[in-house]
Design a protein around this ligand. Structure first.
Ligand code: CTP
Length: 408
């Protein structure tokens, strides 16, 4: 799936909260992602932001009225909901939440929600006292019982100068939940462990040995797995990337810390993907205080770090899938096949690091996937798309898929 948003009909319901202006940026981003966005505003939302803003950003008319004289609009309250792939209500006020929880249909937005059979995502945004009121709490429980996804508001300073829960969640988070609603849930029920980034092996408090890994491939794998329904833990070495929404991040620094964290989590996981670039060696000694340049021994003595993947291969449980990565600059197939066997892997993704556009720090990648059944070269594409293609392959190797294939 190259871009989960492209061509998708997304109805965005905007209600009367000061946070409505933030959703203009969301509409703009979705339009850039080639989604077909239709905005429905409640009458009070139009007091905070002009419909024209959303019309210009989405490239579509904005609907505000339940009953319009325009011929093409007479059935808007049915057609918008019927044709939507997903309905997002953001910001959702306490009033709209109460109406939705009770099945009211007294404006175009609530009617559209009743008429849809697509997924509904609700992003509450209100003063924290209103949010914590038992009536609102109960209404949110009812929305969840109706099968709507409610994204918890963020905590912080609000327009009313009070601090607490009630801020509209960040777009990065909402976008992931939207992507999840639009993705096949073929990793549902899978507990997944992904590792990413480099490790840092300290010499003293100021200096360390590391490598060029940015973590982009591992973070893309974690993001894609969450979108597809997996329960994802990401064990990451130092990286400037922010953790994708819905993913449980465990931060580590050294290879030994990564070893401990990975072995601890892997016991509970059905799929482990090791995209991290683990330092194979660490300085033999870590100095407690910064070593002055006159005192530095120019010959660095190193000692081996544990090979985490090798250990995982030895401890692999029945039904657990183990996926490795290999960074190679020549003989990709040969080196990958060797590691597949030596480390007892089910799949290995081999990266050509001699090429700038597919190596460390690049946004794009091209990998050779090797399993017991042979090798497959994936296309040159974004790291997120590469991640999706790797998950496609993993899904085909899951025990449930093997059973299905046998039955078929
Ligand atoms: N790996 C690991 N622990 C290590 C080194 C590597 O778990 N100490 C994992 C990486 O996360 C990756 C795979 O092993 O999934 C391959 O890493 P790579 O560095 O390409 O291979 P090595 O086995 O270290 O072999 P070499 O450096 O000799 O190519």
């Amino acid at each position: 799936m190259q871009n989960v948003f492209a061509g998708k009909k997304i109805v965005i319901g905007v209600t009367g909260s000061i946070a409505a202006f933030k959703v203009a940026g969301w509409v703009s981003d979705l339009a850039k992602e080639e989604a077909l966005v239709s905005v429905v505003m409640t009458p009070s939302a139009t007091k905070f932001i002009a419909p024209l803003t959303f019309a210009a950003l989405s490239g579509n008319d904005v609907s505000t009225e339940m009953f319009s004289a325009a011929k093409e609009d007479t059935m808007a309250h049915i057609s918008l909901g019927r044709e939507a792939d997903i309905v997002l209500i953001a910001p959702a006020t306490a009033n709209t939440i109460a109406k939705l929880a009770n099945g009211f249909a007294d404006d175009l937005l609530t009617t559209t929600v009743l008429a849809t059979r697509a997924g509904v995502l609700v992003c509450p945004a209100m003063n924290s006292r209103m949010y914590s009121h038992p009536a609102t709490r109960q209404n949110i429980v009812k929305l969840k019982e109706l099968g709507y996804t409610v994204i918890d508001p963020a905590c912080g300073m609000m327009a009313c100068k009070e601090e607490g829960d009630g801020r509209l969640p960040e777009w990065e988070e909402v976008k992931e939940y939207l992507a999840k609603s639009l993705s096949p849930q073929d990793l549902q029920g899978q507990r997944i462990l992904v590792t990413a980034g480099p490790t840092r092996e300290p010499l003293d408090p100021a200096r360390f040995l590391s490598n060029r890994s940015s973590g982009k491939m591992g973070y893309a794998l974690a993001r894609s797995a969450f979108r597809r329904g997996g329960a994802v833990t990401l064990v990451s070495g130092p990286s400037t990337l922010s953790c994708p929404a819905g993913v449980n991040l465990v931060k580590v620094q050294t290879a030994v810390e990564m070893y401990d964290a990975v072995l601890d989590h892997a016991r509970h996981c059905s799929v482990v993907i090791k995209a991290a670039a683990v330092a194979d060696y660490r300085p033999e000694k870590m100095y407690e205080h910064k070593v002055k340049k006159e005192h530095i021994d120019t010959r660095l003595i190193l000692e081996r770090n544990p090979d985490i993947l090798l250990e995982l291969g030895k401890r692999k449980k029945a039904g657990q899938l183990l996926v490795g990565f290999a960074a190679e600059s020549k003989n990709l197939r040969q080196e990958g096949t060797k590691k597949l066997h030596n480390k007892n892997l089910d799949l290995i993704a081999v990266n050509d690091i001699s090429v700038d556009r597919t190596g460390f720090e690049a946004e794009t990648n091209q990998v050779l996937l090797i399993s017991a059944s042979g090798a497959e070269s994936l296309p040159y594409t974004s790291k997120l798309h590469t991640a999706d293609l790797i998950w496609d392959r993993v899904v085909s190797l899951l025990p449930a898929s093997a059973e299905k294939a046998e039955q078929g």
